[in-house]
Structures are given as C-alpha cells and as structure tokens.
Design a protein around this ligand. Structure first.
Ligand code: CA
Length: 234
C-alpha cells in the first residue's frame, strides 16, 4: 500500500532502529529523522501518512515539531515519550497530536496504535467522500441532521450536553481528546467545575450507551488525560 508511509522521529538510534525494523517487517514504509527540524522538513517534503514523534529531541522540542506540522497539515501524529509526566501528553494532545505511547512500550502496542491510526485515516477518507450525516459504530448510530441517537435500533434519550459530548467523541473516533479540549468545546472554558461536570455527564452517557450486547467499552478512559471513542470492529 503506497499510502502507508510512516515518518519515525527519534534521536536515540537503537530505539529508532527497533521501531523502523518492526514497522518494515509489517509492511510499512519508513522514513527516519533524528531531529526536530529534519522531521518538519521531511514531513512537508514526503507527506507521510503518520508521524511517530519522540518528544525529547536534541535540537527542537517535540511540542514545537507538532506546532509546526499542525500549522499546515492534519496528518496523524503519534507522540512517543519517555516522560511519564501526563502534562507532556496533555500538552501534545492539546497541540493537535492524535495519540501517545509511553516508553518503554512493546512492539505489539506500537503496531496496535499504528493500525488504529490507519483505520482512523481510512474512516476519515470514507466520511469525506460520502459526506454522511450518519455515524455508525457497532450498535451505535447517530443521525446528525435529526439530532437522534440509536443503540441497537432503540432511540436513546440523551440530554443536550450528553449529545454534544457523544458527537464530539464520535467525530474524533480513534483520537484521544483531553479534558481540556472537551470542556472548551462544550462549555467554552476549562474550569475545574466543568471537569467535575464532564465526569458526571460521561458517567450518565456511558450508562445509556451500555448494553449487554457490547462487551467492549466504546469510550475509553485515559486516566488523568481524557477520553477516546474507539471504533468497534464488527
Ligand atoms: Ca529522545
């Protein structure tokens, strides 16, 4: 597949080699960059499908790399970070990164994240072509034009806030949304009390979305960071 080109940005050569070898073994084409400015340049000249970005780079902060790429492209950026500090992940996601992997990670985890990102890309391309007012994920269906939600064929009665939260997650399926991003989108601010309200709304939304048929939760919690809607494969 010509489109599965991945730009791997990592200054630590053994780690970079491990990542690129793994990806190549699984049929992906890899481009490599050992620094931030090289990464920004390669992203614009080679237009990779996905960027795997280490945040700790010698010449430029990984955050700056995200900022520069986001100034002209929405290509998926998966942040790879040794920093266990959630603040970095939140900042990276708020700047427009799509997902994060914490070092040390397993090869399986890396491949799984890459697959999820490619699925998300394919889904986005399909949506663009169809301009569908309908969202469908396992038993969940959202009709954006009628503002209605169905679960396994039964209409759900959601509050306005629950509906907006569900739409926001659905429109960003596969992407981790930070608490900050969600509260700003729904309430226009990210105060502490909005966060408390978000938790309450999420609990209620999840209760309405749970059904005995779906064993896999559709909305994942990323503790201390945010939420993600996952595409359930049928
Ligand atoms: Ca590094």
């Amino acid at each position: 597949m010509e489109t599965s080109k991945i730009l791997v940005v990592e200054d630590d050569k053994p780690v970079r080699n491990l990542i690129t070898t793994t990806l190549r073994m699984h049929g992906y084409t890899c481009l490599e960059a050992a620094g931030g400015s090289e990464a920004v340049m390669m992203a614009s000249s080679h237009l990779p499908s996905i960027v795997l970005l280490d945040l700790g780079l010698p010449d430029m902060d990984g955050m700056e790399v995200i900022r520069q790429i986001r100034s002209w492209s929405s290509m998926p950026i998966l942040v790879i970070s040794a920093r266990s500090d959630d603040r970095d992940k939140i900042d990276a996601l708020d700047l427009g990164a799509d997902d994060y992997i914490t070092k040390p990670f397993s090869v399986e985890e890396l491949l799984a994240r890459v697959r999820v990102t490619f699925r998300r890309l394919a889904h986005l391309q399909k949506m663009e072509g169809a301009e569908s007012p309908l969202y469908s994920n396992a038993g969940l269906k959202i009709d954006y034009s009628a503002n209605t939600v169905f679960l396994n064929g039964t209409e759900l009665h959601l509050t306005q806030t629950e509906y907006r939260l569900l739409c926001l997650l659905a429109q960003n399926t596969g992407k981790v949304l930070t608490y900050n991003y969600i509260t700003r989108n729904i309430w226009g601010s990210s105060w502490e009390n909005n966060l408390a309200t978000l938790r309450v709304v999420m609990t209620s939304l999840r209760r309405k979305l749970s059904s005995s048929k779906d064993s896999e939760p559709m909305i994942q919690t990323h503790v201390g960071i945010g939420y993600r809607m996952v595409k359930i494969e049928n």
